[in-house]
Write a protein that binds this ligand. Structure first.
Ligand code: ASP
Ligand code: MG
Length: 403
């Protein structure tokens, strides 16, 4: 078997943990498997490097930032190859250049285009464990690029696809994907399986276990993933295409406090109003979510939407700037202490009543809903932030997701 194993920052956070990872890789190697290991930078090294860059030059170019950040992963792969060697197993570390992992030119947020597999196959055929840098690539100018924070997951999935690996294992510091964040809902339990689509909804909701793009890529190439802990041998969660599965209506409850709500009231009711409003925001890189437009009253209408809290200031400034010119609205209100609570489940596509059940649970808990949005497999409500934990618990219980 050809196995791709990816280990995140905490899993290689110190030299002792590097040996721990090395041993896990050797177990597979000694069973006769070909082993490719993808690593993140050690611990919080990427943040440390970013802080240093900021001290030196707050306006550092993205090219130089990538040049700097790629050293983090290069450190871990070299140390891992040394650890493997010291344990008597032949290993070689390779960076994005040596493998040739081609990406788009966008520094800081590049996308993988093509991976050359020749060098890796050559090393594997020579019975070496191949240790590859996650998160990085090279572009057409022969510069280093990075794939966005958390991008090592994507490197692992892309490599698994390119090498036609038999398994792709993502090792992290939690036991797998849970029905809710255990810090918020203590009775949350680990899921044995989840679909790509559910995982995508959960990842974009801030579940944070997997890089969003890695799940997209896994879905596209049919790479089955296992998310599991590097600190124990528990089984983890399999991420795959729709299956028989546990046939649950809802797989998980996600919460997100990084939200601010905007209400723009008294807009004219004519074509182009929504266009202008959201165009202004887009021009300032403000991502908008949960949009609702009211019905007309007294010849005007209101539009509400949410943005991430860190973009709230930019959004507010932008709207205020255009308030009396192209927007012509009566009132702009911003509410920062709100949070999103969502239920996600492929099962809701074919089962009515999921939304009602969620709303009932919130009603029973005395929690008011400020705004609602849905997708095929998700229902999200916006509530007062102080009720986040209560709401998540109530909903989690209503769908019997407990251990
Ligand atoms: N080291 C990078 C980061 O911290 C990539 C990764 O860990 O996946 O974002
Ligand atoms: Mg990660």
């Amino acid at each position: 078997m050809l196995i791709v194993k990816k280990f995140g920052g905490t899993s290689v956070g110190n030299t002792e943990r590097i040996f721990n990872v090395a041993k896990r890789c050797i177990e597979d190697y000694q069973k006769g498997n070909q082993v490719v290991v993808v690593l993140s930078a050690m611990g919080k090294q990427t943040d440390v490097l970013l802080d240093m860059a900021k001290e030196v030059n707050p306006k550092a170019s993205k090219r130089e930032l990538d040049m700097l950040l790629t050293t983090g992963e290069q450190t871990s792969v070299a140390l891992m190859a040394m650890a493997l060697d010291s344990l008597g197993v032949p290993a070689v570390s390779l960076n994005a250049f040596q493998v040739a992992m081609h990406t788009t030119t966008d520094y800081g947020n590049a996308r993988l285009k093509r991976i050359d597999t020749q060098r890796i196959h050559f090393e594997l055929d020579n019975r070496r464990i191949v240790v590859v840098t996650g998160f990085q690539g090279i572009n057409k100018y022969d510069d280093y690029t990075t794939l966005g924070r958390g991008g090592s997951d994507t490197t692992a999935v892309a490599l698994a696809a390119a090498l036609h690996a038999d398994a792709c294992e993502i090792y992290t510091d939690v036991d797998g994907v849970f029905t809710a964040d255990p810090r918020i809902v203590p009775s949350a339990r680990k899921l044995s399986e989840i679909t790509y689509d559910e995982m995508l909804e959960l990842a974009s909701l801030g579940a944070g276990v997997l890089h969003n793009r890695s799940v997209e890529m896994a879905k596209k190439h049919g790479v089955q993933l296992v998310v599991r802990s590097s600190l124990n041998t528990s089984e983890g969660t399999v991420v795959k295409e729709e299956s028989k599965m546990e046939k649950m209506l809802v797989s998980g409850v996600a919460t997100d406090k990084n939200v601010a709500q905007f209400a723009v009231e008294g807009l004219e009711n004519k074509p182009g109003v929504a266009f202008k409003l959201f165009q202004h925001l887009a021009n300032h890189q403000v991502n908008v979510d949960m949009i609702i437009q009211s019905v007309e009253h007294n010849g005007t209408q209101d539009i509400c939407f949410t943005v991430t809290e860190d973009m709230a200031e930019v959004a507010l400034e932008t709207l205020e700037r255009h308030r009396n010119t192209s927007l012509r609205c009566e009132k702009i209100t911003i509410t920062r202490d709100v949070a999103k609570v969502s239920v996600v489940g492929a099962g809701m596509m074919s089962n009515p009543g999921v939304a009602a059940k969620m709303f009932e649970a919130l009603y029973d808990a005395g929690i008011n809903i400020r705004q609602i949005s849905t997708s095929e497999i998700r229902v999200t409500v916006l509530i007062d932030e102080k009720y986040t934990e209560d709401a998540a618990q109530a909903v989690h219980e209503a769908f019997s997701l407990e251990k």
